[in-house]
Write a protein that binds this ligand. Sequence first.
Ligand code: NAX
Length: 327
Amino acid sequence: SKKPVRVAVTGAAGQIGYALLFRIASGEMLGKDQPVILQLLEVPAEGPQKALKGVMMELEDCAFPLLAGMEAHSNPMTAFKDADYALLVGSRPRGPGMERAELLAVNGAIFIEQGKALNAVASRNVKVLVVGNPANTNAYIAMKSAPDLPRKNFTAMLRLDHNRALSQIAAKTGKPVAEIERMIVWGNHSPTMYADYRFATIGGQSVVKMINDQDWYVNVFLPTVAKRGAAIIEARGLSSAASAANAAIDHMRDWALGTNGKWVTMGIPSDGQYGIPKDVMFGFPVTCANGEYQVVEGLEIDAFSQQRIDATLAELLAEQDGVKHLL
Ligand code: NAX
């Protein structure tokens, strides 16, 4: 049987954590033959640490055959020790009246500390997924704080946006979601993201031709996907948690186990593809194989798409500018 791998999860007592940990421990992320050791990080305060203990009691009570070990931590230097995977979920949400600059600064401090800790103690092959918002910029900060790790090890979560786009297309066309190929979400995990179905197919047929409604694309589809997070908060009184955890599972599973040629969206540090400046943590279409992702290159970018890509890039560059004094 396989040797256990170490999976670090931050924000482990939060709502996404609660929807995520049980699925990791049951083998849905890394495979039904891969034992895992969970290294769980929460802030040191008594409340969250106590809540984390409660979550761990429930994990014990599941008696998961693949759960080979479990640890609670309050310090990233111990939580990330030898981690093979790190899911950075915990972050500081925007409080009432909090300015964007303040949000970037408090999260900057968290992701600098966590980036440095990954740099110091994690496996050199650690695969890092940042979920906590602002996810792309937090991932960028962690990457910049970990100069001894390969840049490509740091990614941000765009998969929830990708999955939301798939489900909207499935609903519109009446086709099964599993048959949709070649969906893309470019850019930032924010309302500026650009969900692009120009290349998408269902059963080999063009989605653009099947839907054949540019007005729906621009005025219904794009805003629905972009504002879905706000719509969930409005309906549930809480932000997306199970769907966010599901997207994190999808992202890591595909990265680790491959996509068989299927396109998925990952936020990754640019190497200059599509004119995106190096290091910008940007949503790109990728395929995954052998534990590595590769950007789908050579796609045509029309004038409308360029405009949308420029807008989401501008937002990311402004966020980067807002944290550059911290790095
Ligand atoms: P919760 O507030 O329920 O949980 C967050 C947990 O993180 C809390 O238990 C908190 O104590 C902990 N935490 C805070 N700072 C920490 C630190 N420095 N180290 C370790 N733990 C820390 O939030 P939840 O609903 O779970 O959401 C978590 C994050 O995901 C938020 O930033 C949220 O904005 C973000 N999201 C990102 C999404 C994406 O697609 N990228 C979608 C869903 C979600 O909104």
